[in-house]
Ligand binder design. Structure first.
Ligand SMILES: Cc1cc2nc3c(=O)[nH]c(=O)nc-3n(C[C@H](O)[C@H](O)[C@H](O)COP(=O)(O)OP(=O)(O)OC[C@H]3O[C@@H](n4cnc5c(N)ncnc54)[C@H](O)[C@@H]3O)c2cc1C
Length: 330
């Protein structure tokens, strides 16, 4: 049997949310090679999974930016240092070899790192499943939109009543051939302004309604139609190339709970250098907890910069903690 793939890097970042992406930039700025792993198939953590179309207004120097564009900007900033992204893979096991961390991913890949920075946020997000049609997952059924453009000129059914469902109906309304929005309750929970835009557009809205069947050629993954059933039992069949189930996520630290980290609830305890209780393992962003912690992206960016500066000195004691100014072109 072939040995599992093995990768070596200076820093392994677990979590490609905003904190992890800025960490990838910062590690490069400090001259460190970086691998970033995320269980989601796309970069951006909560921003991509929960609010890609919303405007973020509280990040320094950016008056307002759409979530999706913000993630692209973080990716572009990190790209200067060419991090390796391993997406769709979960970090499941941590051991140490000669004092250095070794992390195993759920596909068997072994990542040998000189330091690990955990930026796992609120943990692994598991989408709430659609009650039917699971056999279409990964082909004509998805749980979030990685790239809206793939739905151009297609018939799309969006299921859900919260912000994500409304945001995607809003975003796809102008590019898809048709958008059908299905919600099992009468009232939507998302932002009133987004709902008003969706109502004003061409989206066909079905409330008090559930998706009961997906039909098409399962082998090729080509969906043809979706059957909806209203509370009164009436069925409606709509043309569909793709179903997006925006029913929310349940997040859990999952395997990280077994790594021996000092935890308080869902938060990892860190010191002022962002060190955890484990050797060469740091944490930053929504994952960390301490008295007075504020879970915001601005705070995560500061924490991960602190973590990477300490990692740099831990790995090379001849370096100074202060990195110099980026304006010096370092
Ligand atoms: C609707 C909404 C609106 C918000 N608006 C704002 C706002 O305006 N301003 C603001 O500052 N904050 C806002 N936030 C909060 C902000 O999104 C979070 O503070 C931020 O996403 C935290 O970033 P993070 O990178 O630390 O964690 P996350 O974004 O949670 O990313 C963590 C990543 O780690 C991955 N992961 C976890 N465990 C593993 C594992 N074992 N293996 C591999 N990958 C793993 C997850 O899949 C995830 O992608 C908002 C949050 C929500 C829900």
């Amino acid at each position: 049997m072939a040995a599992p793939p093995s990768i070596s890097t200076d820093v392994l970042i677990v979590g490609a949310g905003p904190t992890g992406l800025y960490g990838a930039y910062y590690a490069g700025f400090r001259g460190l090679s970086t691998v970033v792993v995320d269980v989601l198939p796309a970069l951006g953590g909560q921003v991509t999974a929960l609010y890609p179309e919303k405007e973020i207004r509280d990040v320094a120097a950016i008056p307002a930016i759409r979530g999706r564009d913000f993630v692209s900007a973080l990716e572009a900033q990190a790209a200067a240092f060419d991090p390796t992204y391993l997406l769709g893979r979960q970090a499941v096991r941590l051991t140490h070899s000669d004092g250095e961390p070794v992390v195993t991913l759920d596909d068997g890949t072994v990542v040998r790192a000189r330091a690990v920075v955990l930026t796992a946020g609120i943990g692994t997000p598991t989408p709430r499943p659609l009650p039917c049609g699971d056999e279409w997952a990964g082909t004509a059924l998805s749980y979030f939109v990685v790239d809206p453009a793939v739905h151009t000129d297609r018939d799309v059914v969006i299921v859900g009543g919260g912000d994500s469902a409304l945001d995607w109906a809003d975003a796809l309304g102008s590019i898809a051939r048709s958008v059908t929005l299905v919600h099992r309750r009468a009232a939507f929970r998302g932002h009133a302004a987004t709902l008003a835009r969706v109502r004003a557009g061409s989206t066909s809205i079905h409330v008090d309604t559930e998706v009961v069947r997906l039909d098409g050629d399962l082998e090729s993954g080509t969906l043809a139609k979706v059957t909806l059933r209203g509370r009164n039992g009436d069925e409606t069949v709509v043309a569909a190339d793709h179903v997006i189930a925006a029913l929310g996520f349940i997040s859990d630290l999952g395997p990280l709970r077994d790594w021996g980290l000092e935890l308080k609830g869902r938060s990892v305890t860190v010191d002022r250098s962002m060190r955890t209780n484990l050797p060469r393992v740091y944490a930053a962003g929504d994952l960390t907890g301490y008295d007075g912690k504020v879970k915001l992206m601005s705070v995560g960016f500061g924490e991960v910069a602190t973590a990477m500066n300490h990692v740099a000195v831990d790995l090379d004691p001849d370096l100074t903690l202060f990195p110099g100014h980026s304006t010096d072109g370092v």
